[in-house]
Ligand binder design. Structure first.
Ligand code: MN
Length: 308
């Protein structure tokens, strides 16, 4: 058992039914959830921030995002619908502070356990390095990766380390997803830009979002097949998300991010993560925005996972 069962409280609106090896939610259907079924989501926290390079504290992200989630309604006014997605907050993965390799293994095993239950993983970090073991557990080669971030995270190494919150998309790219779409970008090394061009990644800068939101929405709407979505909360401007590992001025506002998430309606999601929240107090705006991202995603999920 790789989960901390003693997590004191769960994400708002989480179902209470326990998910255990003896009581699979999906009768051993493995990774293949039928397309005509509503998906069941399992939420995991990963309180790990040992690869953070600037502002530490993402280990508190899972706790404070959960706390912030109780600030929200179970009804979405814009979508005119109640939250009907079935999801279970399983608590936090046991991490090994200072040891990415062991933590990576723990996360990957935990995600595989969730997939064996026929559930779709939702992960709240934790620093962004944790997206790598999540995607490694999934059939990411069949999927497109939608990456919201201020940074490209495409370095081959950071200070000699291959596994870092600054290299995570490079490592994911090596798992050969169908394509990678980066949105909100405004900070990168020249080498990362070169790599993105050579590899044919789709990049929409923060200015692209500001100047032509419809173009980015159209691109997301046009995506077909399975999707994995990874959200670094520093995609928002630091005035909306100051408590992140590496804040970068000139970012998106919450309405732009909401519009982009809503444009992913009816997609076949195989996983979602929300990373880099380093909030350290109740009511912090960063954890509130992160909880909203998760809820907006869940509000889209009460229809069968069929791409129309
Ligand atoms: Mn970032």
């Amino acid at each position: 058992m790789l989960f901390y069962a003693e997590t004191p409280f769960k994400f708002a609106f989480s179902k209470e039914k326990k998910v255990g090896a003896e009581t699979p939610l999906r009768a051993q259907e493995g990774h293949n959830i039928r397309k005509d079924q509503n998906k069941v989501f399992s939420l995991l926290g990963v309180p790990f921030d040992s690869t953070t390079t600037y502002q530490p504290g993402a280990r508190f992200g899972p706790m404070l995002i959960r706390e912030s989630s109780y600030n929200f309604e179970k009804y979405n006014l814009y979508l005119d619908k109640k939250l009907e997605a079935e999801f279970y907050d399983l608590g936090d993965v046991q991490v090994v502070p200072g040891n990415f390799k062991k933590t990576c293994q723990q996360v990957q095993f935990s995600i595989e356990e969730i997939l064996d239950q026929g559930c779709v993983p939702i992960v709240i970090g934790g620093d962004h390095s944790i997206s790598y073991p999540v995607t490694r557990a999934l059939d990411i080669g069949e999927a497109s990766v939608v990456h919201f971030d201020a940074h490209t995270d495409l370095r081959d190494d950071y200070a000699g380390e291959r596994y870092s919150h600054g290299t995570v998309l490079r490592r994911i790219s090596e798992l050969n997803p169908q394509n990678i779409i980066q949105i909100g970008i405004r900070s990168s090394s020249q080498e990362e830009v070169q790599f993105a061009r050579e590899e044919g990644l789709f990049q929409f800068t923060a200015r692209d979002v500001k100047n032509n939101l419809d173009k980015v929405v159209d691109h997301l709407v046009s995506l077909e097949g399975p999707l994995y979505v990874t959200v670094d909360m520093d995609v928002l401007d630091p005035c909306y998300a100051p408590s992140v590992g590496t804040p970068a001025p000139g970012g998106l506002n919450p309405i732009e991010l909401e519009t982009l998430i809503f444009s992913l309606k009816n997609k076949d999601f195989i996983g979602l993560d929300v990373m880099e929240v380093s909030s350290s107090s109740v009511g912090d705006i960063t954890s509130i925005n992160a909880a909203k991202v998760l809820l907006d995603f869940l509000f889209l999920q009460d229809t069968p996972g069929i791409t129309i």
